[in-house]
Design a protein around this ligand. Structure first.
Ligand SMILES: C[S@@+](CC[C@H](N)C(=O)[O-])C[C@H]1O[C@@H](n2cnc3c(N)ncnc32)[C@H](O)[C@@H]1O
Length: 230
């Protein structure tokens, strides 16, 4: 089956020795189907809070004859999974705030997982700050551009290791910078243009707008610095 670049990158972040996963908010079920079809895993739970997506996933799984490898479950977040039932969770295609809330609601299960792949659609920096401040290690990161949009993907594991980093790194990944990720230049240029535009349009008629301008100017100078290193 042909997966989009975003879903393929998420699937490729699953280690070869991982045997069991849960895909939270599975919708179409494409990730577990791809992983099972390519023999990357032995067993998956395809879980969704809504009935329609669960029915859609069931049909797709049946069409691929994978009912013996993928179990569909209806319910919110990780509530559909028992402790130690799977090694890994994938939570993709939702807002950063929702992903954070899903993690907070099932901390006992989440912290036992070997690792988790998170792909926020909006507010990735909110999720990143939460992850660092709650003691998770970021094992790896990826960046995908698809249909004109950028998607950050995090691979994380709980380690009770609270880390304080400069705010800018919640938004611009140190790992992607270090990797000199091939999409990073375009991503930074996109952000640079966006912030310069906002800055230019700001009317400096309140304390709030003056401090917003300062904040944006700082980001612009940091992004320029990062671009020089790529
Ligand atoms: C935009 S789709 C993403 C599908 C797929 N994961 C992807 O990345 O392409 C979001 C899915 O998450 C489901 N969802 C939303 N909130 C959820 C929650 N709290 N727990 C589980 N699933 C949820 C929705 O029903 C929907 O099917």
């Amino acid at each position: 089956m042909n997966l989009s670049d975003r879903l393929k990158t998420i699937s490729e972040m699953i280690d070869n020795n991982t045997k069991t996963i849960v895909d939270v908010g599975t919708d179409h079920g494409y990730i577990p189907i791809y992983l099972a079809k390519n023999k990357k895993i032995n067993y998956a739970i395809a879980s969704d809070i809504n009935k329609g997506p669960v029915e859609k996933a069931k049909l797709n799984i049946k069409n691929h004859n994978l009912e013996n490898m993928i179990n569909c479950r209806l319910g919110g977040g990780l509530t559909t999974v028992k402790k130690n039932e799977v090694e890994v969770a994938i939570i993709a295609g939702m807002g950063g705030n929702l992903i954070r809330d899903i993690i907070e609601d099932s901390l006992d299960i989440f912290r036992k997982l070997e690792y988790v792949i998170l792909q926020p659609v909006q507010n990735p920096e909110v999720l990143k700050e939460y992850i660092y401040s709650k003691g998770y290690d970021i094992l790896d990161e990826e960046l995908v551009k698809e249909d004109g949009k950028f998607y950050e993907i995090f691979k994380v594991r709980y380690n009770n290791n609270i880390k304080e980093i400069e705010n800018i790194y919640y938004e611009i990944s140190e790992i992607l910078l270090e990797k000199k990720h091939p999409v990073m230049k375009e991503y930074l240029s996109f952000k640079l243009e966006k912030y310069i535009k906002i800055c230019d349009g700001l009317k400096l008629n309140s304390e709030g707008s003056i401090s917003r301008k300062k904040e944006l100017e700082f980001k612009v100078s940091k992004i320029k610095e990062f671009l020089e290193c790529l």
